[in-house]
Design a binder for this molecule. Structure first.
Ligand code: ZN
Ligand code: ZN
Length: 248
């Protein structure tokens, strides 16, 4: 929609920048909100539906125009290999930096990135095609005892039994909430979640905050989704273009 872009979430952590999903126009949104791609080395792609990946091609091309030489690591489902091959064959001539695809195929949570003060875990979701969630942990430096704070990204998925166990104690949970209560049948058929189900996961996993998104375009007023989620989990917030959530 004109005022709702497709999925793309930037995570800043200890001087690093991670991008989770790269929907159409993501590079324009990064520019609009003052986030430089120069430090973007790790891109996490949940699944190969267009609303989560169509923006990556333009962005990789612009990185080349910007004169990038640092490598880029793309964590994405296995089939991304053939997409990247096709892209490089037709549009890769000016790309002078290395693009490495790390395939995701885990059946349970697994660490995929590890730095001294941040790490990333990926875990399978339940969607129409292979799809993965991510949890990013950051070491909180200024506390007397060491603490690892975390955010989790869960989109797209129908809720599933292991979910709240895998997400235990997340400080900030982003969970898709494509549908409202009245369309819960459709949500299950399409392997998506309702706002209420997202809130139930947040409550069961003991999340600090819930941010919902990935709304169906059938709802012009998103308050409906917020109200239904808050009935279960009061600390629910709507994501919107450029919204920023800070974890301390
Ligand atoms: Zn999808
Ligand atoms: Zn989607």
């Amino acid at each position: 929609m004109v005022d709702r872009n497709q999925s793309a979430h930037a995570v800043r952590l200890h001087g690093r920048l991670f991008l989770i999903d790269c929907g159409e126009g993501a590079q324009v949104q990064l520019k609009r909100f003052g986030i430089s791609k120069a430090r973007l080395d790790n891109i996490l792609i949940s699944h190969l539906h267009g609303d989560h990946i169509f923006g990556i091609f333009g962005m990789l091309s612009t990185m080349a125009l910007d004169g990038r030489t640092a490598p880029v690591y793309i964590y994405a489902p296995r089939d991304f290999a053939s997409i990247l091959k096709f892209f490089m064959a037709h549009f890769g001539e000016g790309i002078k930096y290395e693009i490495t695809h790390i395939p995701l195929s885990m059946k349970e949570p697994q660490q995929i990135i590890s730095f001294p003060n941040c790490r990333v875990e990926a875990f399978p979701l339940r969607h129409k095609i292979d799809c993965f969630g991510f949890r990013i942990y950051g070491r909180m430096a200024r506390l007397p005892e060491e603490r690892w704070a975390s955010i989790a990204y869960v989109s797209d998925t129908a809720v599933f039994p292991e979910e709240s166990e895998w997400l235990k104690g997340t400080d900030l949970l982003y969970h898709e909430a494509t549908f409202a209560d009245e369309h819960s049948d459709l949500a299950h058929r399409m392997f998506h979640s309702t706002a209420r189900e997202a809130a139930q996961v947040a409550a069961a996993s003991g999340a600090g905050k819930l941010v919902i998104g990935h709304y169906s375009s059938r709802y012009p007023d998103l308050n409906l989704l917020r109200v239904q989620a808050r009935e279960v989990f009061p600390e629910t917030y709507l994501s919107s273009e450029g919204s920023v959530f800070e974890i301390k």
